[in-house]
Ligand binder design. Structure first.
Ligand code: HEM
Length: 140
């Protein structure tokens, strides 16, 4: 950190790289969410926004369908386009957020922070495996 503070040009490049990797990860989790649907049950009268839900209702959030719905995402919904996350998750889809790979609100995944804070581990493991394959091909 100290050294990066002395070299702002590298700090900026590292920041850019982390942003790009986050965009790629978001797009991968949008297209291929490991959890495809969330279910909840209301044990008492409750509400979501202005929707009233009585006790005993089963709710399903079909993550895979929402992530592939052209209405919030646009006609290129099936394309791999990490640049849709250039302005952040909230601006990637129309009107409201439509990306929930880790769930939402109180029950949200506790692994999400770790996942988002260590994208560089992911990049280096991808790079290492590409390098290993390359070396294997060259018979080194
Ligand atoms: C790409 C990786 C991961 C994805 C996509 C993912 C996704 C999810 C989802 C969708 C939920 C359900 C949230 C809900 O019920 O609304 C969840 C819950 C949970 N996840 Fe993950 N997860 C990931 C990695 C991890 C990791 C690495 C850990 C552990 C360190 C973890 C620990 C948990 C726990 C403990 C819960 C239950 C939270 C609760 O019910 O209060 N997850 N995760």
């Amino acid at each position: 950190m100290m050294v990066l503070a002395l070299h702002p040009e590298w700090q900026e490049m590292a920041r850019e790289e982390v942003l790009q990797v986050n965009m790629i990860l978001n797009e991968v989790l949008r297209l291929y969410p490991p959890v495809i649907s969330l279910c909840q049950h209301t044990y008492k009268d409750t509400g979501i926004g202005n929707i009233h839900l009585p006790a005993g209702v089963d709710l399903a959030l079909p993550m895979l369908l929402i992530h592939h719905d052209p209405e919030p995402w646009g006609d290129d919904v099936e394309e791999f386009r990490p640049e849709r996350f250039l302005g952040g998750v909230s601006r990637a889809s129309k009107e409201q957020i439509a990306l929930f790979p880790f769930g939402w609100s109180l029950r949200t995944c506790i692994g999400q922070k770790k996942y988002n804070s260590s994208p560089n581990f992911l990049v280096s493991s991808i790079r290492d495996s590409l390098l290993r394959n390359h070396v294997k091909k060259l018979n080194l």
